[in-house]
Design a protein around this ligand. Sequence first.
Ligand SMILES: Cc1ncc(COP(=O)(O)O)c(C=O)c1O
Length: 373
Amino acid sequence: MKKIIAERAGKIDASGIRKVFALAATLDDPVNFSIGQPDFDVPEALKAEAIEAIKAGQNKYSQTVGDITLKTKITERMKSEFGWDDPAVLVVSGVSGGLLLAFLAMVDPGDEVIIPDPYFVMYKHLVNMLGGKCVFVDSYPDFDLPVEKIAEVITDKTKLILLNSPSNPTGVVYSEQRIKAMAEIAAEKDIVVLSDEIYETFCYDGPCPSIGTMYDKSLVIRGFSKSHAMTGWRLGYVATGPALRNVVEEMTKIQQYTFVCAPTPFQKAAIAALDYDVSDLVDAYRKKRNLLYDGLKDTFELVKPGGAFYAFVKAPGGAATEFVEKAIKNNVLIIPGNVFSEKDTHFRISYATSDEKIGQGVEILRNLALQTE
Ligand SMILES: Cc1ncc(COP(=O)(O)O)c(C=O)c1O
């Protein structure tokens, strides 16, 4: 029989998170610690901007690089934050869209991409799909950037190093000192660093350092999905300094023939979103982080998350899938570590839910751990 499906599709499998979602649908009012999106809605003022843009007929294609007012505003931000003279900016359909374009522009079959483990699920699958090779570098148990180990696995084939801070799934914020060390090694070996900073607004214990301020061959990708709860609006941006201008130009060319542009009316709303103060939302999430961490720290082994809205917790006995199955049977949805890692010793909690649900979930998980001992 004629083969219909391309080989590249066979290189990826369905997201493990989706399997938990499917189970969730069968439970009655579970504690849902599995969702990777904020529990608040898009702020009303920003919804009004999008509605206004649609009513005013801003429904056509924008420029491929993005709405010019939005792009100019992002460019000014990047200039002042990163000190880049003449930043190259591309507005993309979510950080996912930016990641795909970046990999399409840079990763050839056989190229190696260094990824600290645990990692955001999409990286592995996109790299595999393009015929690249993921080189995972273990960052257990503290999940800070494993700079020395990364240095050891750099080869002539290394094309990219991926950073994600604050991290999904660990919630860890990379320390300035480690990022600086990473920048020095990347500069010495002349390797591009792709920094996924989608959670940069969710920083609870001080600012989250970015490699963008330290290394001119860093490609920074940020977005609006998490900071403004716009997951369904599909908006993000890629920015870099003059040293990687050609990469953004290639990405723009590929966007022309794939996504074409990010959704126009939402780009209009994003102009206002850049000035919208989300600090009260971040304060509420810091409180949730404290509630979760204080509730679990005496029973479980976990690193205090400094950002995003996740915690990566060691399962009792280091058997994650087993513990996750027990938790789900007890109405708590969590994700096993092997979805985000080559190991299966931990589980991910997303605490993007109500304080009440966090309290209930903590109680159930603690009781389960005590029974497992
Ligand atoms: C680390 C990380 N990068 C990228 C994304 C994708 O975000 P977007 O909705 O902007 O495509 C997510 C979403 O969960 C994420 O956690």
